[in-house]
Design a protein around this ligand. Sequence first.
Ligand code: ADP
Ligand code: MG
Length: 570
Amino acid sequence: MYCQSSPQTSIIQPLPRDVVKTIAAGEVMDSLAAVVRELGENSLDAGATRITIALEPDLWRIQVADNGTGMTLTDLRVCAQGHSTSKIRSQEDLHNITTLGFRGEALHSLAQVADLEIKSRPKIGSNPGWGLVYHQDSVIKEEPVAIAPGTIVTVANLFGNWPVRRKGLPSISQQLKTVQTIIGNMALCHPQVTWLVLLKERPWLKISPGMAAIDIIPQILKQVRVSDLQLLQEEITTSSGLSHLELVIGLPDRCHRPKADWLTIAVNGRVVRSPQLEQTAISAFSRTLPRHRYPICFLHLHLPPSKIDFHRHPAKVEIYLQELELLQEGVGRAIEKAFRISPGNFSEAENPRLTQLLKASEKKGAYHLNKDLQTAQRKELAPKTNPNMDVVQLRAVAQVSNTYIVAEHAGGIWLVEQHIAHERVLYEELQDSWELVTLEKPIVLSQLKITQLEQLERLGLEVECFGEDLWAVRTIPAMLKERDDVAAALIELSLGGDLEAAQTAIACRSAIRNGTPLNLTQMQRLLDDWKHTRNPRTCPHGRPIYLSLEESALARFFRRHWVIGKSHGI
Ligand code: ADP
Ligand code: MG
């Protein structure tokens, strides 16, 4: 709508203050999830180790209680005023932000769009607790309260004065899913915190604390176990000093997702969107997972605050990062390291199905490890779980069914499927050098469709017309040169796919077939080549390559602890 104006009065008028505030508040607090995120982040900034969230979505009510630093009465009186924060003071501080919040907007916005009550008692000193009720810019009630040190923020009647906003939001169940993701993300970034979430007064979500994100993921993804994951901590040197990288990946032979929903990137304590870093991770996982499966990968970068600009997006999820390329390289290298099979980075519970079998054979409960015990065991293992260590020493012992190589190492035995292990070796060779050779005598193919010709040319092969419906292929991938099924291989390549798909097809065709007898030297050579590959766990089609039978699991299975005595061969 346009207002008529006379020549003396402007049609442009400043908005009343309360309208400006409501608009601004509606941007910061746009959903139940935003409230949970802002209050959760405040509790984290206050150093809380225990955060309890009570949700009453039907009443548009959210309560967040923490055991953090708490606030004095003086601070409680000003905390919900516009742009009031304890986290930064000046322009310079903007470039050195070490907290999740810094704009001083959340509580103020909540006081505009909801009923806000805060009870708090400082952790330090003997100050009593106080409870304040806020309405827009004023404190409308103030009274002493008996509470434990920490803070309880209650938001009720959210968007009560804004019916369109309420109606415009997704369904409650959809919003609760987002809330769950937000809490999961905060827990991944702050694994030392205990989270308890109640929905309509009933326990809904509990996340126990851990040492790192690797302890949190199995609590969020119930089908994933700690032993399905690999943790890697690395330093990346940037121009302004060291950055720290924490990486947790789902080992590709153990776990993956039906949707691309578990590639999570965090920077300095907050999950962010970084399409470039996501792309780096996706490329690192390329050809390690089965078709239409997606990785589990959590990456947390701890960077000098001066390297990050969080002011790109109101919710701070989009950021500007300096030296992005350097970080991308570091991340790519780290993921590659995490894939490697080194003495430290495989656990005795390697294969979930096998563990299931061993467990079933145990007396009920005897095998059961509780979570704390598992964490404790992992602590003990911690110095060992360093994928930077050399690759595991494997000795070929025998071949079974002309298909599996039995390999022995210090901690147990493995069965390695010869065809796919070799396929992995050849695939990586092809990736490293995609070599085409010219043939003296061309291979003649017939009845090629135009799309097939184009596909061969896309792969860099030279194809010429050789007569009616005949085609001469003069250059072919070097690996196919000595094979007598070159023509069939070329037809296969002509049927489509990108270079990676072509390399996979050639590797598969050229790899030792199952059913081929191998002597010990051949087996040993294959094991040596395979264990040095970048992604030894799965073949380029995503199938697992080896099955491990770790000594400790075998000892338990055979009850070696039951009998002690030489006569039993122990
Ligand atoms: P910001 O987090 O950007 O500083 P907020 O509006 O979220 O802005 O909070 C304002 C201030 O209130 C914070 O700077 C902090 O000092 C205080 N505060 C908020 N929540 C808590 C809490 N849970 N525990 C202790 N102090 C808090
Ligand atoms: Mg805040």
